[in-house]
Design a protein around this ligand. Structure first.
Ligand SMILES: Nc1ncnc2c1ncn2[C@@H]1O[C@H](COP(=O)(O)OP(=O)(O)OP(=O)(O)O)[C@@H](O)[C@H]1O
Ligand SMILES: O=P(O)(O)OC[C@@]1(O)O[C@H](CO)[C@@H](O)[C@@H]1O
Length: 302
């Protein structure tokens, strides 16, 4: 079974405006509200691709109810820890000439509630896959990713991590199966601005030296690079198309990679191509990628 953990789920309020003026009243001409947070997006796309997963994490308040409601409509299983106070955050994604994001802070999470999530994770079985993705609310200790990976170490669980900076760097010693920073996040980890493939590959190799097994670097419209644990590297250009909504493109890529990997019995090149195709399919669509959209782009890659 695949499990995803979203520590700080969100309702994404996605709006479009002709122009955005800071400090003034801005009126939108398009709006939609989608359940979000990186792990949740991965679970939704896995479902679209025909793979079951269970979404885990913390939910609170009326926004938490709506997130659960949307997951029910998508048919995504979930076992969230329900918080008694506060509300799951609302993240505003405003698209005008460029994209502005305002991500909420999220509810407080007590030690007891954290323990409930840990108890659920303790019941994972050998052969399961666990996706840990996204930022953490400020009431969680910033070593929570590490704590979880230490607890699950040597249990035969395949762990995928999609998180920024120290959250990611600090777990490399537990040898995650896959990590997926984008090229900017990768550069940030080394205090660099990366411009060429060679620079990106050098930094990605350093993450492998620190313990990561397979490293997938997404580069938005420039495609992606994969370095595998057995020393292979793959480069793929992004399919051509009209960018409609890039929110969740990276999460879709993780879901596509896992689907491609599972369905091909561990073929990294196919998993990589399926990841790129699914990421781009989401970027070219108002909603997250469907199987048909991802497969249509996969045919242009393979
Ligand atoms: N403009 C685009 N054109 C084509 N493909 C795109 C575009 N933007 C994203 N993609 C596809 O999605 C993949 C992931 O995108 P990106 O690098 O933006 O991930 P990310 O930064 O993790 O995104 P997010 O945090 O919004 O989920 C890319 O490797 C590419 O395949
Ligand atoms: O604040 P975080 O956890 O880093 O990112 C949260 C978020 O921006 O990521 C998803 C897209 O990847 C969105 O659904 C969500 O709003």
């Amino acid at each position: 079974m695949i499990y995803t953990v979203t520590f700080n789920p969100s309702l994404d309020y996605i709006v479009r405006l002709n122009a955005f003026h800071a400090g003034e009243i801005n009126r939108v001409n398009y709006e939609q509200v989608l359940a979000g947070g990186k792990g949740i997006n991965v679970s939704i796309v896995l479902k679209n691709l025909g793979l079951e997963s269970t979404a885990l994490g913390f939910l609170a308040g009326f926004t938490g109810e709506e997130i659960k409601n949307q997951l029910r409509q998508f048919g995504v299983k979930n076992e969230f820890v329900q918080l008694e106070h506060g509300f799951s955050r609302i993240n505003v994604k405003a698209k005008a000439e460029n994209e502005t994001e305002i991500n909420g802070q999220g509810p407080d999470i007590s030690e007891q509630k954290r323990g409930e999530l840990f108890d659920r994770l303790d019941r994972l079985q050998q052969g399961d896959t666990l996706v840990l993705a996204g930022s953490i609310p400020k009431t969680l200790p910033d070593d929570i990713y590490e704590k979880i990976m230490a607890r699950l170490d040597n249990r035969g669980i395949r762990i995928v991590v999609d998180a920024e900076k120290n959250l990611l760097l600090n777990v490399l010693k537990y040898h995650p199966f896959l990590i997926k920073p984008n090229n900017h996040e990768l550069g940030d980890m080394f205090g660099l601005t990366l411009t060429t493939d060679a620079e990106i590959i050098t930094c990605a190799r350093k993450l492998q030296e620190k313990g990561a097994r397979n490293v997938l670097i997404s580069m938005a419209g420039d495609g992606a690079i994969l370095l595998t644990a057995d020393g292979h590297s793959f480069r793929c250009a992004a399919p051509k198309g009209k960018l409609v909504n890039s929110v969740g493109a990276g999460d879709s890529m993780v879901a596509g990679f896992l689907a491609g990997y599972t369905e091909s019995g561990g073929d990294f090149e196919h998993a990589f191509h399926m990841g790129v195709a699914t990421g781009s399919a989401s970027a070219f669509s108002e909603n997250l990628a469907t199987r048909a959209e991802a497969e249509a782009l996969l045919r242009t890659i393979e």
